[in-house]
Design a protein around this ligand. Structure first.
Ligand code: ADP
Ligand code: MG
Length: 231
């Protein structure tokens, strides 16, 4: 983080609302969310199930659109971006990590990691050095040809983190990244995320139910009934 000087806002939400339509019922899931996240910060979001945490993360990552309000990534308003510009932003500025890893079962560790590069239409040959480096960071250099079912849960989540890093995004959004892991493995994954924050300067926003996991971040935001309670 840029301490002392002006903080570069990497993520900003202003008056964010999200309403889902369930039949003819309107469900207001997020209400007036105003957040500013400076570059390099590691933020934890906590709150009860159904309080809107995942929705908030998906909106920030451009996986879903707000009903009203504004989201800025590096000062750029998401809603005014063309579809193509938004999908490029999603792939290059943001890396997603999910609770259940979301790996492709019949692809190897290497292939799963390189998926965003393939989707971007780039040549994977040019990514070999970065792949080596990233698999080293996540501790999977000796598991390159394994498929997900040959890996433990913690290792599978490390593949998902490698995949989130391959395009060198500045932002990592992690939705309950250790929610499916035992506590020891979970803390190892938290330590990896902390390393990525400290050494690579990535801005990380994680959703978690664990206070211990939340403490790896520099700030915890509490969400309840679609509102931010305190910061
Ligand atoms: P959390 O991650 O905090 O558990 P979510 O953001 O997943 O909460 O969900 C918040 C509320 O929005 C829940 O009541 C959920 O049922 C509802 N919801 C989430 N996604 C959808 C959707 N695609 N369509 C309708 N309702 C949804
Ligand atoms: Mg959720």
């Amino acid at each position: 983080m840029n301490r002392g000087g002006t903080l570069e806002k990497i993520i900003e939400t202003i008056g964010l609302y999200k309403t889902y339509q369930l039949g003819n019922l309107d469900v207001e899931v997020l209400k007036d969310i105003n957040l500013t996240i400076p570059k390099g910060e590691f933020v934890s979001i906590m709150g009860p199930s159904g309080s809107g945490k995942s929705t908030l993360l998906y909106l920030i990552g451009g996986l879903d659109q707000p009903t009203s309000g504004s989201i800025k990534i590096k000062g750029k308003e998401l809603s005014v971006m063309k579809d193509q510009e938004q999908s490029i932003m999603r792939r290059r500025e943001v890396g997603f990590v999910f609770q259940f890893y979301n790996l492709i079962p019949n692809l190897s560790v290497e292939e799963n990691t390189l998926l965003p590069v393939l989707l971007d239409g780039k040549r994977i040959k040019e990514y070999q050095r970065r792949l080596d480096e990233i698999l080293g960071i996540v501790g999977l250099s000796d598991r390159r040809r394994h498929t997900p079912r040959e890996l433990s849960g913690g290792q599978q989540q490390r593949v998902a983190i490698a995949r989130a890093l391959i395009n060198e995004p500045d932002i990592i959004l992690a939705d309950e990244p250790i929610g499916n892991l035992d506590s020891k493995t979970g803390m190892e994954v938290m330590e990896l995320l902390q390393t990525i924050n400290h050494e690579k300067g990535k801005t990380i926003v994680q959703v978690t139910h664990s206070r211990e996991a939340a403490a790896y971040g520099q700030r915890t935001i509490h969400v309840r009934d679609g509102k931010v309670e305190e910061q």
